[in-house]
Write a protein that binds this ligand. Structure first.
Ligand code: SF4
Ligand code: SF4
Length: 207
């Protein structure tokens, strides 16, 4: 079954409290038992303890799949990019190097790339992914657009990201302040030291 069209994933970095409940819950998912496919990143470690959860963004044109020489990564018709298939993955790490969001992880002991598949066993039957089901601050939210708009009146969802000249659109949405809603999130600019914590990230984190 496909993921119901009216259900979407929203990440709100400003709400992450660094508790790692999502990381623990993810490792209990049936499809990748014992391995968490979510991790937390420190936004600006020298100045703040603010963390943000990182999951697969489920790109509309997934670079990970495009560079896979073994055709091991499938994007299902509902837009979910699946984790690598065991019989096909040759553990070359092309996808790990190519993903602009730094998501796929090579599990050397298994000789297999593993990544978030939006808990397909759950989301395809309308249940929340494990991470979204436990997040106490709802930094990870799985539901309808109407719900998130009602709950987060000062925020807006963006699913366009810029990496230099490349624009990547994703199935997963990032919540940003509604007043300063950018057409896209410029990831490359946010990673430059001079602008880190400036226009981009503070705007994202200020709600
Ligand atoms: S459970 Fe939610 S609040 Fe806690 S670390 Fe994960 S994303 Fe952040
Ligand atoms: S975020 Fe990375 S791993 Fe996920 S679909 Fe896009 S390129 Fe693939």
């Amino acid at each position: 079954m496909p993921v119901p069209e009216h259900l979407e994933f929203f990440i709100d970095p400003s709400r992450c409290i660094g508790c790692e409940s999502c990381v623990q819950a993810c490792s209990e998912c049936d499809t990748h038992r014992g391995h968490s496919m979510i991790h937390l990143e420190y936004v600006e470690r020298s100045r703040t303890t603010q963390t943000t959860p990182v999951i697969c963004m489920h790109c509309d044109s997934p670079t990970c799949a495009e560079v896979c020489p073994a055709d091991a990564i499938k994007r299902t018709e509902d837009g979910v990019v699946q984790s690598a298939r065991k019989p096909r993955c040759i553990a070359c790490s092309n996808c790990v190097l190519a993903c602009p969001f730094g998501v796929p992880k090579m599990k050397s002991d298994l000789e297999l790339m593993m990544k978030c598949d939006m808990c397909y066993d759950r989301s395809s039957v309308g249940k929340k992914p494990m991470c979204a089901s436990v997040c106490p601050s709802q930094a990870l939210f799985f539901g309808t657009r109407e719900e998130i708009e009602r709950l987060r009146k000062r925020s807006a969802a963006v699913n366009r990201f810029r990496f230099g000249n490349q624009t990547v659109t994703t199935k997963v949405n990032m919540m940003v302040p509604r007043d300063a809603r950018p057409e896209y999130i410029d990831v490359a600019a946010a990673m430059e030291e001079d602008s880190l914590g400036g226009d981009i990230m503070l705007n994202v984190l200020s709600t």
